[in-house]
Write a protein that binds this ligand. Structure first.
Ligand SMILES: C[S@@+](CC[C@H](N)C(=O)[O-])C[C@H]1O[C@@H](n2cnc3c(N)ncnc32)[C@H](O)[C@@H]1O
Length: 213
């Protein structure tokens, strides 16, 4: 979730766009409330909507999410998937993962969901792939390492979505700290990597999407 509504866009634009975000059902509202009350960093609703659009267009069958948290984006993606799809997701915190399992059970998804507990950089090498859709929403300083580990497990036509690429406005404002510098370098990399076609959008906290060539 955003720290400030005007961290990326002008306040008037951000407020206007929020009025266009579709209403969520009881489960997603409950998850948003739980996340706000317990300080869980789930995806912004407008990012969730963007992911729904991409999944509806790409119709992926084997997805990987790096960073499960309470399962909000698992529910969002799982509902947009066809029943023969498999969604794998990685979370390091045992208690958070238990909460995710519980919320995802409530969603009664038709697709298969596989939860992995552990550090993403230890889990990813054990996964077979190939993945046709990846959502990277985890440790910001590790985004480059996730990409290095995942690109060999993705075929041409696969889609990668990255959350928080503008990091509360700090990336563009020239702030220097480990996370902001890492994201600035990562943004430069994904927009120049010849294996990818990438667009970075001022959506949510900065959302990137790459097509694997
Ligand atoms: C931004 S949240 C994910 C939000 C989720 N994608 C959603 O939109 O609902 C990032 C999650 O990554 C988890 N995490 C942090 N370090 C990790 C690591 N090294 N490996 C795997 N998960 C990690 C955190 O505990 C947190 O729950």
């Amino acid at each position: 979730m955003k720290d400030r509504i005007d961290a990326i866009l002008k306040r008037s634009q951000a407020e206007y766009l929020e009025t266009l975000t579709p209403d969520r059902d009881g489960l997603l509202v409950r998850m948003e409330e739980f996340a706000a009350e317990n300080d869980h960093p789930i995806a912004d609703p407008e990012v969730a909507q963007f992911v729904r659009v991409l999944i509806g267009a790409r119709k992926p069958k084997h997805l990987l999410e790096v960073g499960t948290n309470i399962g909000y984006s698992v529910v969002v993606m799982g509902r947009a998937l066809e029943p023969d799809a498999t969604l794998e997701t990685i979370e390091i915190e045992r208690g958070t993962l238990a909460r995710a399992r519980s919320f995802v059970a409530d969603a009664e998804l038709e697709c298969r969901v596989i939860f992995h507990e552990g550090a993403a950089l230890e889990v990813i090498p054990k996964l077979a792939g190939p993945f046709d859709f990846v959502f990277i929403d985890c440790v910001k300083t590790e985004y480059g390492d996730y990409l290095d580990a995942l690109l060999p497990k993705m075929k041409s036509g696969a889609v990668i979505v990255y959350d928080n690429l503008l990091w509360k406005g700090r990336v563009a404002e020239g702030v220097h700290d480990a996370t902001t510098d890492a994201l600035r370098a990562f943004n430069k990399r994904i927009t120049n990597d010849p294996r990818l076609i990438t667009s970075i959008l001022p959506l949510g906290d900065g959302t990137g999407v790459s097509l694997v060539r």
